[in-house]
Ligand binder design. Structure first.
Ligand SMILES: O=C(O)CCC(=O)C(=O)O
Ligand SMILES: [Fe+2]
Length: 301
């Protein structure tokens, strides 16, 4: 699931002058997607080989996430350099159409470290439990992506990933039946683009085949939403199975994690204690971007 870039591709990319991107509403403009694709493909034949590996890691049998290791590009260009972000955007655009569901935020949204925020939420310092992003939207992004600019210098904040359908398959039929009921809700929904309508209440399981439908789940609802006991218990069982099947690793500077939200759920271990002693400029920083797949509209039936 870790994909190293061939050296030859790396050197071609470092010298590749991709133009600034344009947006069309909340989406990356089609003209930019085509231009990036053309430039990257022309740079070296090894680009297409890497893209094929990436696509297989995201959609092949039993697969569903990938970490593209762009660390050497970061060393050469700097992690918050526009040129580096354009290259990462170019790789992302081979998987789906990049977009920002949040009208006030740029295409790449900062996830920094805020010591006084709800610790279990995005940019909090605590355990960020298994979830899918935009769980309460009728059309969640098909892929969520996280580009690591800086890891936690104190050594915490491992990413966690778990195969959602495999976890569901380990549950009893009764538990699965409860998860198939429209009994779940989480969070607020306003002012979002490209992700459909608010979905409330929603079923965790919608009866579609693995790899097609979402396992519409966030373990955060166990603490933050009022859900009837039987349904909450079923959700807790799923949360436990996700943890049983989890993989965990620490993203390094330049690592680009792409998660197929129809297959895997993600989260993050707590950051190391003592974050308040780390200057803000040195704290962990990820950039998040979402992708809409080219095929399948992902809509709620
Ligand atoms: O901080 C992380 O590694 C994950 C954050 C996340 O999943 C989110 O903000 O949705
Ligand atoms: Fe997330």
């Amino acid at each position: 699931m870790f994909i190293d870039i061939p050296r030859e591709l790396e050197s071609a990319l470092i010298d590749l002058p991709l133009p600034a991107w344009k947006l069309d509403g909340s989406f990356l403009a089609k003209s930019t997607m085509e231009r990036y694709q053309a430039e990257l493909t022309a740079a070296t034949p090894r680009f297409e080989e890497t893209v094929a590996t990436l696509r297989h890691a995201l959609a092949g049998e039993g697969a569903g996430y990938a970490v593209l290791r762009l660390g050497n590009l970061v060393k050469a260009l700097g992690a918050d350099d526009e040129r580096f972000l354009r290259l990462a955007t170019g790789f992302a655009a081979t998987v789906g159409a990049p977009f920002s569901p949040f009208p006030r935020w740029p295409l790449w949204k900062d996830i920094g470290v805020k010591v006084d925020k709800d610790p279990g939420k995005s940019s909090g310092i605590g355990y960020n439990a298994f979830h899918m992003d935009l769980v309460n939207a009728s059309r969640p992004p098909d892929f969520t992506t996280l580009l690591c600019v800086r890891p936690d210098s104190l050594g915490g904040g491992h990413s966690i990933l778990s195969d959602a359908h495999a976890a569901v398959a380990r549950l009893s039929e009764d538990t699965r039946a409860l998860l198939a009921e429209s009994a779940y809700h989480y969070g607020t929904f306003f002012d979002l683009f490209g992700v459909g309508e608010e979905y409330k209440p929603f079923p965790v399981l919608d009866g579609s085949d693995p790899g097609e439908g979402f396992v519409r789940f966030t373990a955060k609802m166990l603490e933050r939403s009022r859900i009837r006991q039987a349904h909450a218990n079923a959700a807790r069982e799923l949360a436990e199975e996700l943890v049983c099947g989890q993989v965990s690793f620490m993203l390094q500077a330049g690592d680009y994690l792409i998660v197929n939200q129809r297959r895997y759920l993600h989260g993050r271990e707590a950051l190391h204690i003592g974050q308040e002693t780390v200057p803000i400029a040195d704290r962990r920083l990820l950039l998040q971007m979402f992708l809409r797949a080219g095929t399948g509209d992902g809509s709620v039936a």
